[in-house]
Design a protein. Structure first.
Length: 95
């Protein structure tokens, strides 16, 4: 007959927690990339940062610090991408 109260509450909660257009656009674009892309980009940034740190010039050392800090966001984006692929992100909008 009708939905139980718990089912209605879950539906209202899911509807209230829908993601915005920007989040959906980012997810559709990053879902096209293999998860390894972010891993290799993070590793490459660490290797390049190490190379820059070994150089003598100060500007290259500063660039090495900047590039080395890119590794954490790249790896986090890869983790987020993997979670979205495995668990799904916004099931309420798919229903």
């Amino acid at each position: 007959m009708g939905q139980s109260r718990e089912g209605r509450d879950r539906g209202q909660l899911a509807q209230a927690q829908r993601e915005g257009r920007v989040a959906r656009a980012i997810e559709t674009r990053t879902a096209r990339l293999p998860s390894d892309t972010f891993l290799w980009a993070g590793i490459a940034s660490l290797v390049f940062a190490g190379y820059c740190q070994m150089r003598e010039r100060r500007t290259q050392r500063q660039m090495g610090l900047f590039v080395g800090q890119l590794a954490a966001p790249l790896l986090l984006m890869g983790l987020y991408n993997k979670i979205v692929k495995v668990a799904g992100s916004d099931r309420a909008s798919q229903q």
